[in-house]
Design a protein around this ligand. Structure first.
Ligand code: SF4
Ligand code: MG
Length: 335
C-alpha cells in the first residue's frame, strides 16, 4: 500500500547573516494510513522544521527547502502552489501546536473560530458551522459544549484550549494530523487525557498522526513507530519495539536512560546526556553526535555515518552498527 505520507531525503536550510544553518538534512520516513508516528529529539533537532515543511509553513526567506520530496497520497507537496497548499492545509492536513494561546484569537469566541474554519474550508453556512462547532467540542470532550461555544479562549483552561485546538484541526476531517508538542505545556493528568483523545480519534476516524515530542514516554503511548532526530537528521528509526527494546544509536541509549520508569524498584537517577546539541551553523565534522558520544572512534570525527538497515523497519545512522565496522567496536558498544 502506498503510504499516506512519504518524506524522501528532505533538506531545509535557513540563510542567516552568519551563514547557512542546515536545520534538516537527509530526513526520510513515511506514515501509513491510520498510523501514528512519533518524532523525538531535543529542541532544535529539526522536528518542528520537518513538520512545518510538510505544511509548507517554512518562512521563505530566510528558510529554503534545499532538496527532497514530500509525497502526500503520492503527490509532491513541494510542487504545489501556495493556493493549492491552502486548500490542503484546510482539508487534508491539520496541525496542532504546543501553545494553543498563540494560535487562538483572544477576541473571538471559541465557537466562532471553529465555525470560521468550517465556513472557509467546507463552505458551510454560518448556522450549520456553529452547530458543527458544538458537535466538535463535544467530540473532544468539552463539557456543556452548547454553552462553552460562546466562551473566549481566556475562559478555557490550558487543557480545554488544547482540546479546542484539536477540534479546530479536526473540523476539516484531516487525513493527517500533525501535533507539535501538544501536551508539553500541560500537567501530566491533562497530558494523558489529550493523548487518550488523540488515540480515540485515530481509531474512530483512522486519522494518521505525526506526534512530535521531546518525551519518549509520550510517544510510546500513542505511536507504533518512532523517528529519533539529532542535529537535523534521523539517527534512528523503527517500531516502538525496535527502538525501546533493541536501540542501536548511542543518542537513543541516552534518551532512553532519561525516561523515568514506572516499574523501577528504587528511586532512579534520571540520566542526562552530557554536552550541548551542536551549532548547526558550524556542525562538527563526521557524526554530529561525536562530541557527546562515549563510543566515538576516529572515523566518527571524519566521516558522516552511513545508514545501516537493522531490519525492514529499523535503521540507524552510526558507525558502530555499520557492517564494515570491526567486530570489536560493535562488541564494545553492546557491552
Ligand atoms: Fe557515536 Fe560514532 Fe555512532 Fe556517532 S557514529 S553515534 S560518534 S559511535
Ligand atoms: Mg519545536
Amino acid at each position: 500500500m502506498t503510504p499516506l505520507l512519504q518524506i524522501e531525503d528532505l533538506a531545509v536550510s535557513f540563510d542567516t547573516y552568519a551563514g547557512e544553518v542546515k536545520a534538516v538534512r537527509q530526513v526520510s520516513f513515511d506514515v501509513q494510513q491510520g498510523e501514528a508516528v512519533g518524532i523525538v529529539g531535543e529542541s532544535g533537532c529539526g522536528k518542528s522544521v520537518t513538520a512545518h515543511s510538510i505544511m509548507r509553513l517554512i518562512p521563505t526567506p530566510p528558510g529554503r527547502i534545499v532538496q527532497g520530496k514530500i509525497l502526500f497520497n503520492g503527490v509532491d507537496l513541494l510542487k504545489k502552489s501556495a493556493k493549492e497548499m491552502e486548500t490542503i492545509r484546510g482539508n487534508e492536513i491539520g496541525m496542532i501546536f504546543q501553545d494553543p494561546m498563540t494560535s487562538l484569537n483572544p477576541v473571538l469566541t471559541i465557537g466562532l473560530q471553529i465555525a470560521e474554519a468550517l465556513q472557509l474550508h467546507q463552505n458551510l453556512p454560518r448556522q450549520a458551522a456553529l452547530t458543527r462547532a458544538v458537535e466538535l467540542l463535544r467530540l473532544v470532550g468539552i463539557p456543556c459544549p452548547e454553552d462553552r461555544v460562546r466562551n473566549y479562549p481566556h475562559q478555557f483552561s490550558g487543557g480545554m484550549r488544547q482540546r479546542a485546538m484539536i477540534a479546530m484541526a479536526l473540523s476539516c476531517n484531516p487525513k493527517l494530523l500533525i501535533a507539535d508538542e501538544p501536551t508539553t505545556a500541560l500537567d501530566v493528568t491533562i497530558q494523558a487525557q489529550i493523548l487518550d483523545l488523540m488515540k480515540n480519534l485515530k481509531s474512530q476516524f483512522n486519522t494518521s498522526i505525526i506526534l512530535i515530542s521531546h518525551d519518549l514516554g509520550v510517544v510510546a503511548g500513542l505511536c507504533r513507530r518512532i523517528v529519533v532526530m539529532y542535529a537535523g537528521t534521523v539517527c534512528e528509526a523503527g517500531s516502538i519495539r525496535d527502538v525501546f527494546h533493541n536501540p542501536q544509536h548511542p543518542y537513543t541509549w541516552g534518551l532512553l536512560k532519561s525516561v523515568p520508569r514506572l516499574d523501577a524498584q528504587q528511586k532512579q537517577q534520571l540520566a542526562v546526556i552530557d554536552g550541548q546539541p551542536p551549532d548547526l551553523l558550524q556542525p562538527p565534522a563526521g557524526c554530529p553526535f561525536h562530541p557527546r558520544c562515549s563510543y566515538a572512534m576516529q572515523v566518527c570525527t571524519e566521516m558522516d555515518p552511513q545508514i545501516t538497515q537493522i531490519s525492514e523497519e529499523h535503521r540507524v545512522k552510526c558507525w558502530l552498527q555499520h557492517p564494515g565496522a570491526p567486530k570489536v567496536w560493535r562488541e564494545a558498544a553492546g557491552s
